[in-house]
Write a protein of this length. Structure first.
Lengths: 236, 236
DNA sequence: CCATCTTTGTGCACGCGTTCACAAAGACAT
DNA sequence: ATGTCTTTGTGAACGCGTGCACAAAGATGG
């Protein structure tokens, strides 16, 4: 799981709890699918099932946005798509830069889901001179030296980091200095940023380790001793 | 952020809270870095700073594993690395299959962080016959028809899904039927699985949308009306 | 052996998030 | 209009996670 920043008192932004914000994209996706099938209205029960959440939670989530439902009927799909999009800020265009166009960065650049919802790749940046000018997903890779001017010229406020871990903090510092205030970090490092800058991280190996923990638990559950303590492999 | 399954009462597995489990990989990473620098001991304060968490939280997290610290001194780095590795199940080998070797799947296969910590890519699977046999990250891509035999032969319990969204549920069903009990899903879909199967998801576009929400909030904070409600663009 | 100093381990309080359960609202039929 | 039926919106209770603050533990020096 990618989590938000640490040193923040779980800001209830404009009254909308953080946990709710994190679910809005999920609802939006389900609603968009319904919209494409021209379904006019949907009940909290149906939508909750599609989004994989509890229906009471969904209703409470929506109640933070306002009273958009009709009792006895449900929610108007199109209207809700619009309201959630607006709430998430997807009615405007968000230019994004991707830094580090290696295996992962190139895959991200090729990802269609980007453009679909208000996000536009403003530039691809890499420190490798050999990459400069090469086309990736139809865009030329620009040299990292152009970072500051690109961010300024395109009013970029969101940066995606797909560099090796060792370069991530330096890239972050430059992005922040240039005016970026939201960062999505794929490198396995803890980033330090000033107040007012949001960082979210996506960390494959953390996810796998969490799965391994539960997997181990499942395996040992019905087999070995309930308390799996090893006496003392190493003295403290 | 990738989150865990929904329909589970936040299982406090063997007394270790889920939130703690999610942080253990973070501590482990910081500790491994210290270990490589041959640092013998570390205080909760230092380690917490390196992991980007509150020191009291870190101490409480460790207290669930046992009393591994020494008052007045701190924690033995090597010993803690071992204890956390064992707790997370990283002392054993976890064979993993990756399904869907497109842009993202190939990037994942090339990812070094996989092998580093107990995870071994047992096979790469794709439905495209044109890909079969091609080498990706030194491994031949196998056809999806071999899924069942590969999972069985290699005792695979963890599967990574990097197929298009439309194929994800079908792939999931086959993985689960073949014996996989943990799934890491990169496709933007809600997966339905039987009890006992864990699903974690990594969703780029959700992360971006959450960032966009806060970004919009920052932008509108000092500018427009404090309560940003638009009167009525669409009647209910 | 005692004093001092550092750092752990945890009791406690508080706030957020989740879920149940139900009254109120509205649609729809008669 | 009135009654019935469906579904929303939310009050209330509960549990989990967080962080403060401090007593206890142990190291270290004299
Ligand atoms: N590949 C994956 O599936 C995957 C999964 C999870 C995490 N990650 C992480 O994502 C990051 C990228 O992974 P990858 O496999 O694409 O690595 P990669 O080596 O293929 O690509 C890294 C790119 O970053 C560029 N780079 C290096 N320093 C830079 C700098 N200072 N400024 C700008 N660009 C710079 C390099 O030139 C290279 O093109 C790594 O931190 C990795 O741990 C990757
Ligand atoms: N590329 C990214 O950065 C990115 C980011 C976030 C999410 N995603 C998601 O990850 C998934 C993969 O993205 P991608 O860019 O690699 O797509 P892609 O089209 O490049 O690759 C998909 C691969 O899956 C294979 N496939 C299709 N159906 C299959 C099936 N039934 N069984 C096995 N293999 C099958 C295809 O042959 C193809 O090789 C998508 O769901 C995408 O939305 C991608």
């Amino acid at each position: 799981m990618a989590t938000g920043r640490s040193h923040r008192p779980a800001t209830r932004s404009r009254g909308i709890p953080e946990a709710t914000v994190a679910r809005l994209p999920l609802y939006l996706r389900a609603l968009t699918a319904l919209s494409e099938r021209s379904v006019p209205t949907v009940s909290s029960e149906e939508l909750a099932a599609a989004a994989g959440v509890n229906s009471a939670k969904l209703r409470k989530d929506f109640s933070y946005l306002g009273s958009y439902g009709t009792r006895g009927v449900g929610y108007d799909v199109e209207y809700l798509v619009y309201q959630i999009s607006r709430e998430l800020g997807l009615t405007q265009d968000w230019p994004v830069v991707i830094v580090g166009i290696g295996n992962l960065g190139a895959a991200l650049a090729n990802y269609g889901g980007f453009a679909s919802r208000g996000f536009r790749v403003a530039a691809l940046l890499d420190a490798d001179p050999a990459l400069a000018g090469r086309l990736v997903a139809g865009l030329p890779v620009r040299h990292i030296d152009e970072l500051e001017s690109i961010v300024a010229d395109n009013q970029v406020s969101i940066g995606v980091i797909a560099t090796p871990a060792g370069a991530a903090q330096e890239v972050t510092d430059r992005l922040v200095a240039a005016g970026v205030t939201s960062i999505l970090n794929f490198a396995p490092t803890v980033l330090t940023v000033p107040d007012g800058v949001d960082v979210r991280k996506v960390d494959l190996s953390i996810e796998l380790q969490i799965l391994a923990f539960h997997e181990q638990r499942k395996a040992g559950e019905d087999r070995q001793d309930p308390d799996g303590d090893v006496p003392a492999v190493m003295p403290a």
